[in-house]
Design a binder for this molecule. Structure first.
Ligand code: SF4
Length: 128
């Protein structure tokens, strides 16, 4: 049985950002100050199996700038975040890149797609 001391957590589900007061143990969690039941579900997920949207950058070949900002289309396991970011570090994607373009498919345990969040135009002029 895992005991939880009285603890506070900000609910990230909606912009109200309720400051949740958590007591009890993992089998019997008590949450106060939540304005809806999503707060309780959020706390359970955070304590048992936290996930986050991955945000990072990837290297671009022949683009007008060398990096493109990216994010995952679904949350990934928090414990897996840095492993996946390192995998993205080893990949170079060719310009042009379109906002919303899938750059990597089925990554990690949750099989997320990594999508570009901005346009990167191809560098047309080569002055060498
Ligand atoms: S508890 Fe409900 S109302 Fe409060 S931030 Fe979470 S989802 Fe929003």
């Amino acid at each position: 049985m895992h005991l939880i001391k009285s603890n506070f957590m900000v609910c990230l589900v909606c912009p109200k950002s309720c400051i949740l007061n958590i007591t009890g143990n993992l089998e019997n969690i008590s949450v106060k100050n939540n304005e809806c039941n999503n707060g309780l579900d959020f706390v359970k997920k955070e304590l048992m199996d936290p996930e986050r949207i991955l945000t990072s950058t990837m290297r671009v070949n022949s683009g007008i700038i060398p990096l493109v900002s990216v994010r995952s289309d679904k949350p990934v396991k928090k414990a897996e975040l840095m492993v996946l970011v390192k995998q993205l570090d080893s990949i170079v994607v060719p310009a042009p890149i379109f906002s919303g373009q899938i750059l990597v498919s089925a990554l990690g345990e949750n099989k997320v797609n990594i999508i570009a969040t901005r346009i990167i135009e191809k560098q047309e002029n080569n002055y060498i």
